[in-house]
Design a binder for this molecule. Structure first.
Ligand code: SPQ
Length: 435
């Protein structure tokens, strides 16, 4: 098992950095580039493990994809001309790949088998299979309860008006992608807005999309054409460095060109409400996605309550927000976040287990966590549980731990942030401010 040992106890973070491209947008750019006919040029692509699995899958379907670092060229004959793959499609650890692809393949003209790693094979696929079956999809699972591996036979689907039982961009996107193949209107109704990169990018590729309140409608059977996509930096990756700066005495950093889509910026609201010194500037818009720079410095932090509609806008940031809360004065309550239990690992269980090892005062609840702070953190050996976001949380904890932190199974960080340790080292400088 790979172990990384960090002793950042006498370091603070300063300087400017750009983080790698947004994972959600990178997946969608390859997927839409493959569905569309013609050439799609993607700049700022995230070369993380999850997005590489998405590329490999479309290459198996006969789409020409050439990657040179963060530049990706997709040349596709269009979804109607995809080839039946010779072997199963492997989504690795990536829930986004598996769920969005299930929607795309359900309305294609090929038959495929979709597999994943151990973690992904335990994550619920029923949430996409149920609505897709209601649209007429032919999907069967080798295992009961609809987990991977899945066998998907592409068929002609029917439109649906689907009320989402959980806030999930993956479910919404799977249905919208399936709707592209249908001569008619496919409608998704959300109680709470989840990230909307799919809707924004569908428009860029020429799809007809209508958005009214909580209703998204795709009018299918329209030819999509390849285009250029510029991927902004991933705010979910930046969140680790932002929290590192917020909790470490004497820190002050700028993260440049990160995505600022309002369906993703809950972490900025939380940092601001807790009292961190945060400024957003140079905001611009590219390909329908806002992005800009964020300055963040250490300041005294106060506990807050985090729940309700903000949760989908910061769902992937909750592990690092839990660490942030250990340094805030008072009781931070995180609620309405039971979705954390079905991520790469049960993130409520994993975060509370690992932060307790460092001495944090944190308890799990059925749908969140209760954290009392501020608490000095000790060093120790933490497990990533094979979850990239847990691994990065442990690394950032090292900045405020009195002794070294060992992270077991740290290589999983490459799933979303391959240059994480290099970037952290670039920003970390020795501090004489800490005693
Ligand atoms: O792709 P995967 O494995 O599901 O990744 C995670 C992550 O932490 O990177 C979740 F574990 O992000 C999801 C996110 O939680 C990515 C995503 C997307 O790109 O559509 C949406 C969110 O999931 P959900 O359940 O809201 O659909």
């Amino acid at each position: 098992m790979d172990v990384v040992t960090l002793d950042l106890s006498n370091q603070r973070l300063t300087g400017e950095i750009s983080v790698p491209g947004d994972k959600s947008i990178s997946h969608r750019a390859v997927m839409l580039g493959a569905i569309a006919e013609g050439t799609t040029q993607i700049e700022g692509f995230l070369d993380g493990e999850d997005c590489l699995r998405t590329i490999e899958i479309f290459q198996q379907l006969g789409v020409e994809i050439v990657r040179e670092n963060q530049s990706v060229t997709v040349v596709s004959p269009g979804i109607a001309n995809w080839k039946t793959p010779k072997s199963a499609l492997y989504a690795g650890n990536s829930g986004t790949t598996a769920r969005l692809l299930t929607g795309i393949l359900a309305g294609s003209s090929i038959t495929t088998i979709l597999t994943g790693d151990d973690s992904l094979s335990k994550r619920p696929m029923n949430r996409v299979i149920e609505p897709l079956r209601a649209m007429g999809a032919s999907i069967s699972s080798a295992i009961t309860q609809n987990y991977l591996p899945l066998s998907i036979e592409g068929v002609q689907l029917n439109p649906i008006d689907y009320k989402m039982p959980v806030a999930s961009a993956q479910v919404k996107s799977a249905i919208l992608f399936a709707g592209l193949s249908i001569d008619g209107e496919t409608v998704v109704i959300e109680k709470v807005h989840s990230r909307d990169h799919t809707e924004r990018m569908l428009e860029q590729f020429g799809a007809t999309i209508e958005r009214r309140g909580n209703r998204v409608t795709v009018i299918g059977n329209k030819k999509l054409t390849g285009t250029n996509v510029h991927v902004p930096g991933d705010i979910s990756s930046a969140a680790f460095l932002m929290v590192g700066a917020a909790i470490t005495k004497g820190s002050s950093i700028t993260i440049k060109n990160i995505g600022l889509n309002a369906t993703r910026t809950g972490i900025l609201d939380v940092l601001f409400r807790m009292g961190a010194d945060v400024t957003v500037h140079n905001v611009e818009d590219l390909n329908g996605e806002p992005y800009g720079h964020v300055d963040i410095s250490n300041a005294p932090l106060t506990a807050i309550e985090i729940g309700g509609d903000i949760i989908p806008t910061l769902i992937d940031e909750l592990p690092i927000i839990a660490l942030l809360a250990t340094q805030a004065t008072g009781t931070t309550i995180i609620k309405d976040a039971s979705e954390l239990r079905v991520k790469e690992t049960d993130r409520i269980m994993a975060v509370t287990t690992e932060l307790k090892k460092l001495g944090a005062n944190i308890e799990a609840t059925s749908d969140g966590m209760i954290i009392n702070g501020p608490t000095p953190l000790l060093g120790g050996t933490l497990s990533s549980h094979g979850d990239h976001r847990l691994g990065m949380m442990a690394a950032i904890a090292s900045l405020i731990s009195s002794k070294k932190v060992e992270i077991e199974n740290a290589s999983c960080i490459a799933i979303s942030y391959p240059s994480f340790f290099d970037d952290l080292k670039k920003l970390a400088i020795s501090s004489d401010l800490k005693g």
